[in-house]
Design a protein around this ligand. Structure first.
Ligand SMILES: [Zn+2]
Length: 283
């Protein structure tokens, strides 16, 4: 299989990925959350002293007290009425989550211990969470959460058996927020019945996973493969660019989210960019 993949991937597939790179416009960064959690967040701001002050000043255009003059420049209220934080001009906006344990736990849960998230350590959980979410001392909260996670404790005490189930695969350093997912078909069927390869590439690090599949793979099959092989290592990406059509990808996201097995915080609305190039890009 390895030889076969190398052969198939030698030419066209790699070029296709490169071409994609130039073609896609970066989309406005904002975060899609489901309506229920949005409502909780907005109500929650009023119960969080820090965010309440900032929210009200921005919302009603109030005079900014001197002591938060610099600080407040990092915040803005989005069209969705959520409060957003930006560490610096080039960073993505992150949604502010008020200091209400039930709400913060939902986000921690989503990035640490969803059924297929595999209980990431502090660094990975923090990295996933901090792509989209902000609150003061976020990392401390993550540390506490991971430290007190039952499953993690049990796993820790069992990792003295070196050859257990939890031997980590190599985790690439890249961030895996923007990935491409393309398919190479028309290759000879293998003994195992595979006749296509799904290639998932992290656009930042250019690292790739090559996953054997079949050309008849449905969106649901694809989502399951993604969950099994990509999500458990890298979490959920912000954008997937694919050679599949919009219908396929919409259904792919649906299955992906169903497979995550919890109430889903993030939705998957498509935001086409103005030039129409990114009709293949999904948030
Ligand atoms: Zn855990």
């Amino acid at each position: 299989m390895q030889a076969l993949m190398t052969e198939v991937l030698g030419g066209d597939a790699v070029e296709a990925v490169d071409a994609e790179e130039n073609e896609e416009n970066e989309q406005e960064a904002f975060i899609n959350l489901n309506e229920a959690i949005k409502k909780e967040l907005i109500e929650g701001y009023m119960k969080d002293t820090t965010f309440k002050q900032i929210y009200e000043i921005l919302k009603h255009n109030l005079k900014v007290p001197k002591d938060i003059h610099n600080h407040i420049n990092h915040f803005e209220i989005g069209k969705d009425n959520l409060l957003y934080f930006k560490a610096s001009a080039n960073d993505d906006s992150r949604v502010c989550v008020p200091k209400i344990p039930s709400i913060r736990t939902k986000f921690l849960h989503q990035c640490h211990d969803l059924p297929c998230a595999g209980h990431f350590g502090v660094e990975k959980t923090f990295e996933l969470l901090s792509r989209t979410v902000y609150w003061p001392k976020l990392k401390n909260t993550v540390k506490k959460y991971v430290k007190t996670c039952d499953t993690c404790q049990r796993m820790k005490s069992s990792t003295s058996h070196k050859n257990g189930l939890f031997n980590p695969l190599e985790v690439p350093v890249g961030r895996w927020t923007h990935v491409t997912m393309d398919f190479v078909t028309g290759i000879p069927r293998t003994d195992q019945g595979f006749d296509a390869i799904m290639i998932v590439v992290d656009r930042l690090s250019k690292r790739a996973h090559f996953l054997p599949c079949t050309k008849d793979f449905s969106s649901a099959d694809t989502a399951r493969l993604y969950l099994d092989q990509i999500f458990r290592l890298h979490g959920i990406p912000k954008h997937i660019t694919s050679d599949k059509d919009i219908k396929f990808m919409a259904s792919f996201w649906q299955t992906l989210h169903k497979g995550l097995g919890t109430e889903l915080l993030f939705t998957t609305t498509n935001h086409p960019a103005a030039d129409g190039q990114s009709e293949r890009t999904y948030v």
